[in-house]
Design a protein around this ligand. Structure first.
Ligand SMILES: O=C(O)CCC(=O)C(=O)O
Length: 258
């Protein structure tokens, strides 16, 4: 697909398929970063980000859902994903129409026995003031609904920012908030991804991934690029680890993560 078509589709549907966006060398680099982080015992994210409060004590660890490494682009060894994030920057620039700022990335492994990832938007998990940006998600092996491929509620970005959900149960983290999102009211966009395919989506597009129904694991990498007009806003996700180091209210920039 030509980049202008992808950009238009992203605007219209909140999601655009990017066939062959990652080269074989990118996939190999991501696989080897994942292997290095495992071999080095690099810690996984322990829990879902509860954006404004302490994790409820009755919740299992994040590994009930996924094995996740947060922002491996910041590592300075074989576990780093930086070269791939840098390689995708021109794509992000083209999709955003401005100089994209790398905000964070994730290595995400789904294994049999882990639960489905519920419908959610990403924006509410970030300490930023507006949802201007793009997430690029790429599986590291061919993927579809049988091995937990990411799927989307097409057009749901038009709902605007909805309350942030508890990824263990899909309900708003704030018990007084109403999500007002019903997946079956939106066209389901559930792509089949060949090797190298990726998808770009809006920070406001509701997305989810089903549980693994095949043996083995599904690995994926996601990378978030934001508009340079976005500002840090601690109040949006005051428990995000970046709030310890970024000045509230300042324009975002790429920071050495804590
Ligand atoms: O990789 C997945 O299955 C889910 C990832 C996701 O939804 C996210 O990181 O926001």
């Amino acid at each position: 697909m030509m980049i202008d078509d992808a950009r238009q589709q992203l605007e219209q549907d909140g999601v655009a398929f990017l066939p062959g966006a990652l080269e074989a060398t990118h996939l190999a680099a991501l696989r080897s970063a994942l292997a290095a982080n495992r071999a080095n015992g690099r810690p996984l994210s322990r829990q879902v980000l509860y954006t404004h409060g302490a994790p409820p004590t009755d919740r299992p660890p994040l590994t009930a859902l996924m094995d996740q490494w947060l922002s491996p682009h910041r590592y300075d060894d074989a576990g780093s994903t930086r070269t791939v994030a840098d390689a995708l920057r021109p794509l992000a620039d083209a999709l955003l129409g401005e100089a994209a700022v790398l905000f964070q990335d994730l290595l995400l492994v789904k294994r049999q026995g882990q639960r489905a990832f519920p419908w959610h938007q990403d924006f509410g998990f970030w300490p930023v003031d507006r949802p201007w940006g793009v997430i690029i998600w790429a599986p590291l092996q061919p993927s579809d609904g049988g091995n937990g491929a990411l799927r989307f509620a097409q057009g749901s970005h038009r709902l605007g920012a909805r309350p942030v959900v508890d990824l263990h149960d899909g309900a708003p983290q704030d018990p007084t908030a109403r999500l007002d999102f019903e997946a079956d009211r939106w066209p389901l966009y559930a792509p089949t991804y060949a090797l190298g395919d990726a998808v770009a989506f809006s920070p406001l597009t509701f997305h989810a991934s089903p549980a693994m129904r095949r043996a083995g694991e599904r690995a994926a990498w996601s990378c978030v690029f934001l508009s340079p007009r976005v500002r840090w806003c601690h109040a949006n996700a005051s428990n995000h680890r970046l709030c310890k180091v970024v000045p509230d209210g300042a324009p975002i920039s790429e920071v050495a993560h804590v």
